[in-house]
Design a protein around this ligand. Structure first.
Ligand code: NAD
Ligand code: TYD
Length: 369
């Protein structure tokens, strides 16, 4: 039996990962440490497949006494570290919490794991059978020009936003703990995720929910920015595969092997909604698209080379972007209670007026509708 500490397990990817892990792996006990910030919700963890193998602990990853206590209490042998401030736009308006959680929080977990594993082991190699897995992002590599090759595991770091800089710093710390102390770590850098339980501040759920309400669909700048998109369950599968089969000390890039423009993503969502809710007064949903003032320092293009994980571990995405988007739109339509609970959050309303209130709205250019 593995005792797995999942940090940030009440957030989007963490909650999907816990659901996935309990389903596919009978030999795990999961401890979920989450501070329940605006981005975390216990609504994401209802009806788990094996609740008797799961426990929730509310708290901050920056609290060393708390993390030490949990490591001991549950005899943790595996840490899967998701907890982070994760939204680029929020990092632009208020970077401080990103430094705290993403850098100091990761440092705290590394120190605690290192000490607990060293003290609790009786074997000559104190790190036998334990693992620290760090979940990171492709944004640490910066922005690609149109003809640049995709990001690989050896692409130099060049983070551009306070979010990506804080994630880059956390990656470096994890790497340093492996190099200096021999801590058995793995790191994954993944592209943009989408799917069930994503907080609607991010592009895809924001567009689905705004479109359903007939609100404007705010596309930043010219909408020609490019992201690589991965359905969240495919990400969860990749992480578990890296934990089981990945080589200690290695980094793996994960991505969906697709690079649509933001505008194409939004248009596809509109078309799926036209099909699923044909009687909506807001069809055609594309008419709701509005170009708004761009994000400062907006990265133009991301693309992931997933050759390493494909060749070494045999992982590849199961969902194409169109399959994943259909499933995602369906999930938001089928879960109105979840949507209502999140929408009512005061913090979310405040965020919407803070982030979008000042942006200038323009009509779509001819040919882009
Ligand atoms: P999220 O914002 O949905 O969830 C983050 C979770 O962490 C929340 O439940 C929040 O309550 C918790 N948290 C925040 N600060 C905390 C603290 N100090 N102590 C304890 N818990 C805290 O994020 P997500 O989209 O699920 O991303 C999870 C991880 O995956 C992050 O590390 C992110 O950088 C990485 N990642 C995300 C994406 C993406 O597209 N969402 C892509 C690649 C990598
Ligand atoms: P987002 O989901 O915030 O992820 P990230 O910034 O981490 O890639 O945004 C995805 C893309 O969509 C990004 O290029 C910014 C753009 N975007 C919009 O055009 N409008 C929006 O309202 C949001 C939230 C994002």
């Amino acid at each position: 039996m593995h005792n797995v500490l999942v940090t940030g397990g009440a957030g989007f990817i963490g909650s999907n990962f816990i659901r996935y892990l309990l389903q596919v792996e009978p030999e795990v006990f999961v401890v979920n440490l989450d501070a329940l910030t605006y981005a975390g919700s216990l609504e994401n963890l209802k009806d788990l497949p094996a609740p008797e193998r799961y426990v929730f602990e509310q708290g901050d990853i920056c609290s060393r006494p708390l993390v030490d206590e949990l490591m001991r209490k549950y005899q943790i042998d595996t840490v899967v570290h998701f907890a982070a401030e994760s939204h680029v736009d929020r990092s632009i308006l208020g970077p401080e919490q990103f430094i705290q959680t993403n850098i100091v929080g990761t440092f705290t977990l590394l120190e605690s794991a290192k000490q607990y594993w060293a003290e609790s082991s009786s074997s000559p190699n104190p790190y036998q059978g334990v693992r620290f897995h760090h979940v990171s992002t492709d944004e640490v590599f910066g922005s690609l020009e149109p003809d640049d090759p995709p990001f690989s595991e050896t692409t130099p770091y060049a983070p551009n936003s306070p979010y990506s800089a804080s994630k880059a710093a956390s990656d470096h710390l994890v790497r340093a703990y492996a190099h200096t102390y021999g801590l058995p770590v793995t790191i994954t850098n993944c592209s943009n995720n989408y799917g069930p339980y994503q907080f609607p501040e991010k592009l895809i759920p924001l567009m689905i929910l705004n479109a359903l309400e007939g609100k404007p669909l705010p596309v930043y700048g010219d909408g020609q920015q490019i992201r690589d998109w991965l359905f969240v369950q495919d990400h969860c599968e990749a992480i578990w595969m890296v934990l089981r089969k990945g080589k200690v000390g290695e980094t793996y890039n994960i991505g969906g092997d697709n690079q649509p423009t933001n505008l194409t993503v939004v248009q596809t969502i509109c078309d799926i909604l036209d099909e699923f809710v044909p009687d909506s007064p807001h069809t055609p949903h594309r008419s709701l698209i509005r170009y708004v003032t761009d994000r400062p320092g907006h990265d133009r293009r991301y693309a992931m080379d997933i050759t390493k994980i494909r060749q070494e571990l045999g992982w590849q995405p199961r969902h194409s972007m169109s399959e994943g988007l259909v499933k995602t739109v369906r999930w938001y339509l089928d879960n109105p209670e979840w949507v209502e609970a999140i929408r009512k959050q005061q913090d979310f309303q405040k965020w919407v007026s803070q982030n979008y209130g000042e942006r200038r709205y323009e009509t779509p250019q001819e040919g882009n509708r």
